[in-house]
Design a protein around this ligand. Sequence first.
Ligand code: FEO
Length: 177
Amino acid sequence: MFPNYLYMKKTINEALNKQVALEAESSHIYLAMASWAEKNGYQGVANFLYQHSDEERIHMLKLIRFINEREGSAIIPSIKQPKDNYKSLIEIFHDILEHEVYVTNEINKLVEITLKEKDFTTHHFLQWYVSEQLEEEALARQINDKLKLIGDDKMGLYLFDRDLGSMKTSNENDSNA
Ligand code: FEO
């Protein structure tokens, strides 16, 4: 008989699958935003958001592989069509911040479940997501502040777009997921 400490409880498996679905949805949302930005002449913003969408997919993959490694069962979710029309960059980055705050809350709930279930392996695994959310939220707030300063200034928006095109969405560790 194999020791059973590696096996994942159903509660944990279900909670992680919920997070898989949320990361997939995030990737889709950022993909739709990137496409809008590209169609509206903001190539730098589009590059940034395409990259962000890829990273969310990596977050999803990391969860799927962890669930399966622990003898759980990862479920690949269906994804609803995201909003595809925006009034402005301000609306896009406002929505991003709101979405990331929501994701952080969901990660925190997950961490709480792992403590309740005494699943310390999953608890440890989730610490990567806790740090990632901290970074993503901070970056989203920083970009929102910048956009508030720029307002309707066309030159400001041009430079903003140019700068964002070369900005990293997150830390390099994402590629190691
Ligand atoms: Fe994977 Fe932006 O949360």
